[in-house]
Structures are given as structure tokens and as C-alpha cells.
Design a protein around this ligand. Structure first.
Ligand code: PNS
Length: 163
């Protein structure tokens, strides 16, 4: 039977850290669904359509990956799409408590679904979409932290990123 994992997140926008996790997740699972899920605690900078477009472009050569959007409960999406695993990346210590809480509530909501964590690649350990947006919006050069297409979109959005 095919092992399907859902990799949920805000992806606002997708970073090289996310791309690394997708690549490594594909070594463990037959299919990966990159899911733009609703995080009620965050205000998005890119629209869902913009985020979807960027992810689709970035993963277009990966046959075993698809992109989807959900505004509901994550565990319900996972169950309804024939998956049994939630994939998340773990960065520096600050992620731990939040990720632990999410994994536990998701397990309480559906005991058939497991959360699997991969350590974020060391190059991306301290980067996040949030910090990349902040740097880019103030004119910082974030080239190399995001795929080229995302970099172009940050340039368009904030206009003043230094080369
Ligand atoms: O990239 P993020 O913002 O850290 O991802 C968090 C996300 C979107 C995965 C999380 O907020 C989520 O799972 N949202 C869907 C709603 C849900 O099921 N929440 C958890 C149980 S209350």
C-alpha cells in the first residue's frame, strides 16, 4: 500500500528549508501532499493563490508531490485523503513546544495519524518565512534562502530588496 504523508504549513512563502524537507520526505513516503493549511494565529502576506502558484512552480518536476489547500481541521484532511502521517520540520529549540502541542492535539483528535518530524537542514535552521519576509520588506537580500521564483516575487512585493 502507498504511504502518503501530508506536509502542512502556511508556506508564506515557501523557503529553501521547506524545499529541503519535501525532498527528504520523498525518501520516506510514496506520495507527499504539500498542504497550505489555515493558521488562525497568522496574518498572511501572500494570498493562498500566490502561495499555491509558487509551490507548484517549485515542485513541478516532482511527480510524487501535489499541492492542496485546506481551511479545516488538519487531521480530517489527512484522513479524507488516504494519508496517515503528518510531516513537519523541526528547527531550533523555539519550534519545539509549539510542534509538541500540535502533535499531541492532532494525536488526541485522531489516534490513527502520526506526526513525523525531520530536523531542518542545518543551513536553514534559523530561517523562517516570517524572518525572510521581514528582511525582504526592509530591503535585505534574501537570495539563496528561497527558490529563485520566490525571490522574484519578494522583489515584486517589497520592491526594494538590495542585490
Ligand atoms: O507553517 P505553520 O504556520 O507553522 O503551520 C501551522 C499549521 C497551518 C500546520 C497549523 O496551524 C494547522 O494545522 N492548521 C490547520 C487547523 C488545525 O487542524 N489546527 C491544529 C489542531 S487545533
Amino acid at each position: 500500500m502507498e504511504k502518503i504523508a501530508v506536509y502542512p504549513g502556511s508556506f508564506d512563502p515557501i523557503t529553501n528549508g521547506h524545499v529541503d524537507l519535501i525532498r527528504r520526505g520523498l525518501r520516506m513516503f510514496d506520495q507527499l501532499i504539500v498542504l497550505i493549511a489555515h493558521n488562525p494565529n497568522k496574518v498572511s502576506r501572500f494570498t493562498v493563490e500566490e502561495r499555491m502558484h509558487m509551490i507548484k512552480e517549485v515542485i513541478k518536476d516532482q511527480e510524487r508531490v501535489r499541492v492542496d489547500v485546506s481551511s479545516g481541521l488538519l487531521v480530517d484532511y489527512v484522513r479524507d485523503n488516504g494519508a496517515s502521517v503528518i510531516l513537519r520540520g523541526l528547527r531550533a529549540l523555539s519550534d519545539f513546544e509549539y510542534e509538541f502541542q500540535m502533535a499531541l492535539i492532532n494525536r488526541r483528535l485522531n489516534r490513527d495519524i502520526e506526526t513525523v518530524f525531520l530536523m531542518t537542514g542545518y543551513k536553514w535552521f534559523y530561517t523562517s518565512s516570517k524572518i525572510i519576509n521581514e528582511a525582504a520588506s526592509l530591503g535585505g537580500n534574501v537570495k539563496g534562502l528561497v527558490p529563485d521564483l520566490v525571490y522574484q516575487n519578494l522583489l515584486k512585493k517589497y520592491g526594494n530588496v538590495k542585490e
